[in-house]
Write a new protein. Structure first.
Length: 466
C-alpha cells in the first residue's frame, strides 16, 4: 500500500489531532529560583506539580527546549501501565522484597495518575481497560507463561492468564494462542495529558519558559543561550534528549520508536476485531509491539524502526522512514487482517532514554543539588509520575522539610549506572542487537520450538540484559 496519503512527522498524530499549544515565552535573561527543572515533559511537569503542591511558596522554574510535550511525552503510545525498567536487576541487587515494593508502587501509580487527572479536570481520554499481552508462537507462549508467573511472584496477584479462546473474547488477534492481562493499565491521549498537566502546573504558579534549550547543567546553574537560571536544586528531566546537554553524550542512549495510526475504523470492522474493553495491547515478540484503540476508534500501533542514530542524534519533527511505515502497516495487517484496506493516517517517531543497564533511576546528589530521573526504556507514561514523587521526597528530605519515606527507600533511588560505550561501538552494538531480535522473531514465527531462539539470547547478552 502506498504511504503517499500518510501524514509523516509533524511531531505526532496526537498533536495533529489536538493542535500544538500556544508558545510560552523563552527565558528573558538571567534568573533565580528555588528549584530549576530542565525539561517540560511528563517527568519535569509532574515533579513541578508535586513539589508545588507540597510547598506552595517554592519558586519553581521549568526550562523546555521546544514546547512542553515535544519529546516522548507527546509521541508515545498512550500506555499508562505498571511496567518499570530494571525491576529484575533491582531484585538481584537489593533483594526480592525491595523489588516487590517498587512494583507495588508502580501498580498504585496507575491509579494516582487517573486520580490527579480527574481532580485537576484533565481530559486525556483515559480508559482503564488494563493491559493485554498476547503470544502468537509457541516460543512466545512459553515466554508469556514465564512472564505471567514472574509478575505474580512480584505481587501482582490480580493478573490473569488466558488461552486462545479467552484471548479472542477480548481482542481477536490473528494467531494468538494465549495472553496475560493485568488491570493495572489504561489507554490515554498523550498530548492531552501533557498539555493539561502543563496548564495545571502554570496555574499553580510554576514559571515555564519554552524555546529555551539548556546547553549545560552545573551545580546551582542551568545555562541557556538567553541566560542562566541559578537555583539550589537543578533537576535534569530530559529523558531521550539528555545526550544534547554538555557532558551527557553517553549517559542515556536515545532509542527510536515509531508509530502509525489508522483512519477511524467503521463499526463493521470493529465487529471482526472485538477490543470492546479497549485494553492496551502488546505482544511477546523480541522486537516488541504496542497498540491501543483510540477514543475515536482508530488503531495506534508502534514498534522499532531504525533503532538508533549515530552519535546519539535525535530527530526534529518525528519524520519516519517509508520502510518503517510499511513494516508497521504489515504488522498491523498480520495482527488484524481485516484492516488490509485501511488507510494509515499518520506516522511518526520519537526517542526514549535507555541506560546502559536498562534500569530506570531517580537520583539526588546531596553534595551538589543536582538531581535527575529517567531511563524509562519506553515505560515512562506512568513511571514519570512515580519518579516525580520520589524526587519531591528526596528534595524535601535534603532540605530538612521531611525524612525518609517509602519512596526514597525504593531500590531505584540513587542507583548508579555506567556510561554507554563511545562511537562507533554503541551504534554497532544497538543495530546488531535489534537485527538479532528481528531475526529471532522471524525464525520463531515459522518454528514449532517452545524455547526462545538462540539468536535472541545472544542479543540479550549484547544488550546487558542476559
Amino acid at each position: 500500500m502506498s504511504t503517499v496519503s500518510t501524514a509523516n512527522g509533524g511531531i505526532s498524530f496526537w498533536y495533529a489531532d489536538q493542535g500544538t499549544p500556544l508558545p510560552r515565552e523563552p527565558l528573558p535573561g538571567d534568573a533565580t529560583a528555588d528549584i530549576c527543572i530542565v525539561g517540560g515533559g511528563y517527568t519535569g511537569l509532574w515533579t513541578a506539580y508535586y513539589l508545588k503542591k507540597a510547598v506552595p511558596f517554592l519558586n519553581i522554574t521549568v526550562l523546555e527546549a521546544k514546547f512542553c510535550g515535544y519529546g516522548a511525552s507527546g509521541r508515545n503510545g498512550g500506555w499508562l501501565y505498571n511496567g518499570v525498567a530494571g525491576r529484575d536487576r533491582y531484585a538481584k541487587l537489593h533483594g526480592h522484597e525491595a523489588a516487590v515494593r517498587l512494583q507495588r508502587s508502580m501498580n498504585d501509580t496507575v491509579a494516582e495518575v487517573i486520580r490527579v487527572a480527574d481532580e485537576e479536570k484533565i481530559d486525556a481520554d483515559i480508559h482503564r481497560g488494563g493491559v493485554l499481552e498476547v503470544a502468537c508462537t509457541p516460543a512466545q507462549l512459553a515466554r508469556l507463561k514465564d512472564f505471567h508467573s514472574v509478575e505474580i511472584a512480584f505481587g501482582e496477584t490480580d493478573r490473569t492468564l488466558h488461552g486462545a479462546r479467552e484471548t479472542a473474547e477480548r481482542v481477536r488477534v490473528t494467531g494468538a494462542i494465549g495472553s496475560t492481562w493485568t488491570p493495572h493499565g489504561a489507554r490515554l491521549h498523550p498530548a492531552k495529558l501533557v498539555k493539561g498537566l502543563a496548564d495545571v502546573v502554570e496555574a499553580l504558579g510554576v514559571t515555564i519558559h519554552e524555546s529555551t534549550p539548556v546547553t549545560e547543567i552545573k551545580p546551582k546553574h542551568a545555562v541557556t543561550p538567553y541566560g542562566t537560571v541559578r537555583a539550589p536544586y537543578i533537576l535534569r528531566c530530559t529523558e531521550g534528549f539528555t545526550a544534547g546537554i554538555k557532558g551527557q553524550k553517553r549517559t542515556w542512549l536515545p532509542m527510536n520508536s515509531s508509530m502509525i495510526v489508522t483512519e477511524p475504523l467503521p463499526e463493521s470492522l470493529w465487529e471482526t476485531i472485538g477490543w470492546n474493553g479497549r485494553e492496551t495491547l502488546g505482544d511477546m515478540a523480541h522486537a516488541y509491539t504496542y497498540a491501543q484503540r483510540t477514543a475515536d476508534d482508530r488503531i495506534a500501533l508502534g514498534g522499532r524502526g531504525v533503532p538508533y542514530r549515530y552519535g546519539s542524534a535525535t530527530d526534529n519533527d518525528g519524520r519516519t522512514q517509508p520502510a518503517t511505515i510499511e513494516a508497521l502497516r504489515e504488522l498491523l495487517v498480520r495482527l488484524f487482517p481485516t484492516t488490509a484496506g485501511t488507510r494509515i493516517a499518520h506516522a511518526w517517531s520519537g526517542v526514549l532514554g535507555v541506560p546502559r543497564d536498562w534500569c530506570a533511576t531517580v537520583t539526588l546528589d546531596r553534595s551538589t543539588g543536582l538531581g535527575w530521573a529517567g531511563g524509562y526504556v519506553g515505560s515512562g507514561v506512568a513511571t514519570t509520575n512515580l519518579a516525580a514523587r520520589t524526587l519531591r521526597d528526596l528534595i524535601q528530605q535534603d532540605s530538612g522539610q521531611g525524612g525518609p519515606t517509602e519512596l526514597t527507600t525504593l531500590p531505584w533511588a540513587n542507583h548508579k549506572v555506567r556510561r554507554w560505550e563511545p562511537e562507533p561501538l554503541r551504534w554497532l552494538g544497538v543495530h546488531s542487537m535489534y537485527a538479532a531480535y528481528r531475526a529471532a522473531d522471524r525464525r520463531e514465527l515459522t518454528s514449532p520450538r517452545t524455547g526462545t531462539d538462540p539468536i535472541a539470547k545472544i542479543a540479550d547478552r549484547l544488550a546487558g540484559r542476559g
